[in-house]
Design a protein around this ligand. Structure first.
Ligand SMILES: [Zn+2]
Length: 84
């Protein structure tokens, strides 16, 4: 499994402003309630959709976290969230 060593400069799948619900893939404009989950919730439940484009992401769940990848916006790992 590859992990980016350099700080992410470009916008990633979960970088704000998010346009889509990461669990639903529904555009935030169309969805009324809580589309953007907290980092704490993300730590427990992996996102399924890219928050930037709404594409379904490739998600790998590990015992200690998860890794999600959008074909357009790159990958994010749950360990990156914990570092913030
Ligand atoms: Zn994306």
């Amino acid at each position: 499994m590859t992990r980016m060593s350099a700080p992410r400069s470009a916008a990633g799948p979960l970088d704000e402003p998010l346009s889509y619900g990461v669990y639903t893939g529904v555009a935030c404009e169309l969805e009324s309630s809580a589309t953007v989950p907290s980092a704490a919730r993300l730590g427990l439940e992996p996102p399924r959709y890219c928050g930037r484009c709404g594409r379904r992401m490739i998600v790998q769940v590990r015992p200690d976290g998860w890794h999600a990848r959008c074909s357009r916006h790159g990958a994010i790992d749950s360990t990156e969230l914990e570092q913030r």
